[in-house]
Design a protein around this ligand. Structure first.
Ligand code: PLP
Length: 397
């Protein structure tokens, strides 16, 4: 007999977190493993941010705050969105939560009724479909292969809309592909959303990590009508290398924000007071660390894309943002080794982990089984060593 709810039975655990845990366990056993699984920057949190946190503890800022975040942090978020996206919000449009993941969870809980459809372009971040399921909704996956740059066209969106569609997810730059939408592409999607009156979740968590002169556009900046339908999410985890601090935020329609606030008030209450104080410094203080990180990521991206494309049977698009590459490795499907046959991305991942001692994430987890995801949030030395191992292991197949 099981006491578990149907709701929880419908959900898969996060594969990316599982792979990170497996890689950590192998390392703890003393295995010389190179990890390309990380979903977090490998840099330390900048000193000015850490100092603000320590000062806030010493000043006794250790009690409950307002459920939806402090006024100071909401103002810092408003400032940051104005600077980066050119959009104006008021405090009533902002909710601070325990990471962007929590922001998205709250949103889905607030706007999805049982059976409502949520359009999710694939490849997608692993958590979207399961968070939709947890809210009683139905994920509608729209395949966006590499031939279209891993991006959803306006035509695809229009064809996927039904009278049950509530929301569409736009994640630019994307996890897992690093692909980012141009302003024109977003405009075309915005037009369809406005025409059909559907909400947009605009997940902009990688918006400051862009390369080759590309600048991310927020779909909410493309006019008042689309702004009214867009729920914009971001956070400090990636941009300021603060994933453990757990601060994310959502900006959008005041009524929806109020509903999300109500859910948060009956679940987590406020995000950690100390992390909130530190995030004010992150969002408003010196931004040099952000640019420095992007410069380093850009060098790694160039190296990794070139190396991968030089391996026979591997094809890798040049991503505009984030810190992931998403090469196509399907040429290796059907090959055998002493441990078995490689039929899909999960098998290839197992092969690389066991034979080459390299951890990558199978594309199947992101709805694109012909691929694997490599994160380059690891040192250049590791990247070089890891790619040597991958190259050798693939050649041996
Ligand atoms: N959105 C995307 C696309 C992500 O990749 C992540 C983290 O991996 C998040 C949101 C949530 O990040 P956090 O909860 O740390 O703010």
């Amino acid at each position: 007999m099981s006491f578990l709810s149907d709701r929880v039975k419908s959900v898969k655990p996060s594969i990316t977190l599982a792979i990170t845990a497996k890689a950590k366990a192998m390392k703890a056993e003393g295995i010389d493993l190179i990890g390309f699984g990380a979903g977090e920057p490998d840099f330390d949190t900048p000193d000015n941010i850490k100092k603000t946190a320590i000062d806030s503890i010493n000043a006794g800022f250790t009690k409950y705050t307002a459920v939806g975040g402090t006024d100071e942090l909401k103002n810092a978020v408003i400032h940051r969105i104005r600077e980066d996206c050119g959009i104006e919000y008021k405090q009533e449009n902002i909710l601070i939560s325990c990471g962007g993941k929590h922001s998205i969870y709250n949103l889905f809980q607030a706007v999805i009724n049982p059976g409502d459809e949520v359009i999710i372009p694939a490849p997608y971040w692993v958590s979207y479909p399961d968070m939709v399921l947890l809210a009683g909704g139905k994920p509608v996956i729209v395949g966006c292969p590499e031939s279209q740059g891993f991006k959803m066209t306006a035509g695809q969106l229009e064809s996927a809309i039904t009278d049950k569609t509530r929301l569409v997810v736009v994640n630019s730059p994307s996890n897992p592909t690093g692909a980012a939408y141009s302003e024109d592409e977003l405009r075309a999607i915005a037009e369809i959303a406005v025409k059909n009156k559907i909400l947009i979740l605009s997940d902009e968590i990688y918006n400051r990590m862009t390369y080759g002169g590309f600048k991310a556009t927020s779909i909410a900046s493309l006019g008042e009508e689309i702004k009214a339908l867009t729920m914009l999410t971001n956070g400090v985890s990636k941009t300021y290398s603060m994933p453990g601090w757990r601060i994310g935020y959502m900006a959008g329609d005041a009524e929806i924000i109020k509903a999300m606030h109500k859910i948060q008030g009956q679940s987590t209450s406020n995000p950690t007071s100390i992390s909130q104080a530190a995030s004010v410094e992150a969002l408003q203080g010196d931004q040099k660390a952000v640019t420095d990180m992007a410069v380093e990521f850009e060098k790694r991206r160039e190296y990794i894309v070139e190396r991968l494309n030089n391996i026979e049977g591997v094809r890798c698009l040049d991503p505009q943002g984030a810190f992931y590459v998403f090469p196509n490795i399907s040429a290796y499907f059907g090959k055998s080794y002493s441990g078995g046959k490689i039929e899909d991305s999960a098998d290839l991942t197992t092969y690389l982990l066991e034979e080459a001692k390299v951890a990558v994430v199978p594309g199947g987890a992101f709805g694109a089984d012909e691929h694997i995801r490599l994160s380059y949030a690891t040192s250049m030395d590791n990247i070089k060593k890891g790619l040597d191992r991958i190259e050798e292991a693939l050649k041996a197949l």
